[in-house]
Ligand binder design. Structure first.
Ligand code: FMN
Ligand code: EPS
Length: 361
């Protein structure tokens, strides 16, 4: 499989760099005849786009998606779906002063080692601008999932030391932080203001879940559903940890507490996060991700240049003070892509998505 392609049967290839003319995606393997709402794809992109509010990067991109192929009269044709978004606000000269320096914490140093030289304009392919195409592809996956009664949702549940104490999902769509606890919004606002003053950044935690997933999705060994989710979520820029269900908290649990007991009316708990033996159990699939603080910050720090000489770096230009905010729709997109891929795989092998045993939620 190509390094730029994700998925086995619902395959998404992305191309493009942050400061090139455009970004694009090709989706191969999407079933034909499915109604596609283009306005929904755009709405999803609007949730991720830069420049939308004072809490994210000020780079202003409309992120207007054009569907070039694979959709006719509002329905998928079964042929490759081509999507493209033009870049319009690159301002590459912001990077000219630091083109020979390696930003600590970004991918400059590793790209230089891998390829021998690098596109220093806005991080090139390493910029999270690429994730716009994942969100566009994920919006198509979400529509297919919705037709099967499956919903994917995510929220930023922690920024720095500020935790959500209340999980009101209706609030997530009401505020620019995608935060489920309205009582902490002023604290989030104050923290971002302070970070901007200091020229610094902060990390975040996101919870992402899928509701209505049938039991039976996932392969038994290598392509376990949880393994594929971990890969998909870890492939998002700046993600440093992924957990499924109770995650690291399982370390302190007893078996008698962790195992999700079963009754004729359903599971008694969901410590497993909806996956057993790499296969979905029919419960809500729950994952969390930790995102590191943005590395491109104004606060001066030590680095080296391409000649190995010590340098001090301060990154100006336009950057997110907390990348976790805009990563919320990206996490949803990646979970949606994994689920649709496994639905197609389950149908290909077993015909049915889920067999006729008692269904527990
Ligand atoms: C939504 C989103 C926005 C981001 N915005 C920035 C940014 O403005 N500046 C920056 O230096 N890094 C940003 N990042 C993080 C970098 O893309 C990431 O650190 C870089 O690709 C190196 O990869 P790694 O952190 O996974 O090792 C962002 C990440 C995401 C998910
Ligand atoms: C433009 C977007 O975010 C960018 C993500 C990013 C990075 O290093 O990840 C760096 C900044 O932009 P540039 O690539 O111009 O340096 C952000 O503005 C976007 O997400 O659409």
């Amino acid at each position: 499989m190509s390094a730029n392609t994700f998925g086995e049967l619902f395959r998404v290839t992305t191309f493009g760099e942050s400061h090139g003319p455009a970004l694009g995606a090709i989706i191969d393997g999407c079933p034909p005849g499915l109604a596609i709402d283009e306005a929904f794809i755009q709405a999803e992109l609007d949730r991720r786009k830069p420049g939308a509010n004072r809490y994210t990067t000020p780079r202003r991109e409309a992120d207007e998606v054009k569907i070039l192929s694979g959709v006719f009269e509002g329905k998928t044709t079964g042929t490759p779906i081509g999507l493209v978004i033009e870049n319009t606000d690159q301002r590459s000269k912001d990077y000219s002063d630091i083109k020979d320096l390696f930003r600590p914490g970004h991918a400059d140093y590793t790209y230089a080692h891998k390829y021998g030289f690098r596109d220093y304009r806005g991080g090139g392919r390493s910029s999270a601008r690429e994730t716009a195409m994942r969100v566009a592809a994920g919006a198509i996956a979400k529509q297919l999932l919705a037709q099967m009664g499956i919903t994917v949702r995510a929220a930023m549940t922690q920024m720095g030391a500020i935790h959500a104490e209340q999980y009101d999902w209706t609030q997530v769509y009401e505020n620019p932080f995608f935060f489920p606890d309205p009582a902490r919004l002023d604290d989030l606002d104050a923290l971002i203001r302070q970070l901007k003053k200091e020229g610094d950044s902060i990390g975040a935690r996101i919870r992402v879940e899928a509701i209505g997933v049938p039991a039976g999705l996932g392969e038994p060994v290598f392509d376990r559903l949880d393994a594929d989710l971990a890969k998909a979520l870890m492939s998002i820029n700046a993600v440093k940890a992924v957990s499924i269900g109770d995650g690291f908290a399982v370390v302190e649990q007893r078996g008698s507490e962790h195992r999700d007991e079963m009754t004729p009316t359903g599971f008694s708990s969901n410590h497993a996060g909806g996956v057993l033996g790499g296969i979905s159990s029919g419960q809500t699939v729950v994952a969390e991700i930790a995102l590191k603080p943005t590395s491109s910050i104004k606060k001066p720090g030590q680095t080296i240049d391409v000649h190995g000489q010590a340098q001090t770096i301060s990154t100006h230009g336009r950057h997110d003070p907390c990348v976790g905010i805009r990563a919320v729709p990206i996490a949803e997109a990646m979970m949606a892509l994994v689920l649709i891929d496994h639905i197609l795989r389950q149908r290909a092998q077993n015909g049915a998505v889920s067999h006729q045993f008692p269904i527990l939620k």
